[in-house]
Design a protein around this ligand. Sequence first.
Ligand SMILES: *Cc1c(COP(=O)(O)O)cnc(C)c1O
Length: 491
Amino acid sequence: MVLATNSDSEEHLHSTFASRYVRAVVPRFKMPDTSMPKDAAYQVINDELMLDGNPRLNLASFVTTWMEPECDKLIMDSVNKNYVDMDEYPVTTELQNRCVNMIANLFHAPVGEDEAAIGCGTVGSSEAIMLAGLAFKRKWQQRRRAQGLPTDNPNIVTGANVQVCWEKFARYFEVELKEVKLREDYYVMDPTKAVEMVDENTICVAAILGSTLTGEFEDVKLLNDLLAEKNAETGWDTPIHVDAASGGFIAPFLYPDLEWDFRLPWVKSINVSGHKYGLVYAGVGWIVWRTKEDLPEELVFHINYLGADQPTFTLNFSKGSSQIIAQYYQFIRLGFEGYKNIMENCMDNARRLREGIEMTGKFHILSKDVGVPLVAFSLKDSSKHTVFEIAESLRKFGWIIPAYTMPADAQHIAVLRVVIREDFSRGLADRLITHIIQVLKEIEGLPSRIAHLAAAAKVSGEEEVKTSKMSLEDITKYWKRLVEHKRNIVC
Ligand SMILES: *Cc1c(COP(=O)(O)O)cnc(C)c1O
């Protein structure tokens, strides 16, 4: 199709691979001076992208990697619609509002049958959390000012297991992050300790429904009860936000009696990622407030569309409409029944994988039976080989599985985590188990890299450590060197 010369007459005679474009240096720093044919541009980019991992085998991420072809079609049909043009695309706006209502209802917001809920679509849970945090900060400031008290030191209480977006919120919006430390065998926020850390400057306590590290649900009910007591004693109004990025679309279907949402009076806002167990491709999150009073009016902008008032509260302006439309598709296509079946399947496959991993006898399981469908596991004996080597070896089969160390005070624990999504079915789970067994066999036959590093340390004059007598702390120290050049981002 594409040719080596610029002569138009020959343009359609040659294939892309017969053209000069496939042997030219790929532009990396400077925009090229001249154009190239569209099929050559396509080929060059497509071919380089082949080296990316396969999203379906990326077990590191909660984010959706499969949707039905009918929905793919809706997405492509609306890919040129800017969500923000509400005047031009009133139906899309209406679909977003319907999604907010359905989610608020799922989370038991005190909203009447035909009453609109308070919330909005976002790019993801991160944006949703920024908005929730801003609302809490503003509410706290208003309260303090009304009482003639200073407003210069707001803080937020979370567990040390929070997702990085909370650290971003704290840094970007100048709120101190007070983290409850974890400990070995307890990898979520301890509600008692969290409430102890609450003071008059606390804008909210953030609980996670589905810790990123182990999938475990934090005890929001206990947090609510302890906080209610403290608020009654002190006269403060410290509220709760639930970060239900992954668990928000699991708990309502699998554990309907678990009280974690607006059924608890101190829960004022909840975020959920539409692109995780909401089952939509990357680019959609949701934030819902309990009532109108929980979202300070001064943060809301009002857009007049078709004579009606459309309130908006977002950090960005333009964004695609596809994800909102896709979310609405999933809600009406699957219904409660469909979501429940999918979540049950995920749980079953997680259980199957967990059993297979336990059967090797080499691992401790850190994830719980109740929570997000994932398996987090650590090696019982890390004195010779590490989870990092296992993750690396599994890559050659195509599996992308993250290995990481836990946050403070459990830094000496290193884990592997496999997230089970809708599209990870039993056949894949069984194959993964086989590959883990194979990798364990292979690395057992290899010399220990830790012993090697320890010996190298001795030669370079550092303190001598006998590998047989190594403590968990020593081993961690050596792992860190093994993996220093690698940054595993757990998302
Ligand atoms: C994924 C995740 C986030 C961030 O969500 P995005 O939708 O990726 O922005 C926040 N909190 C928790 C608990 C998460 O799992």
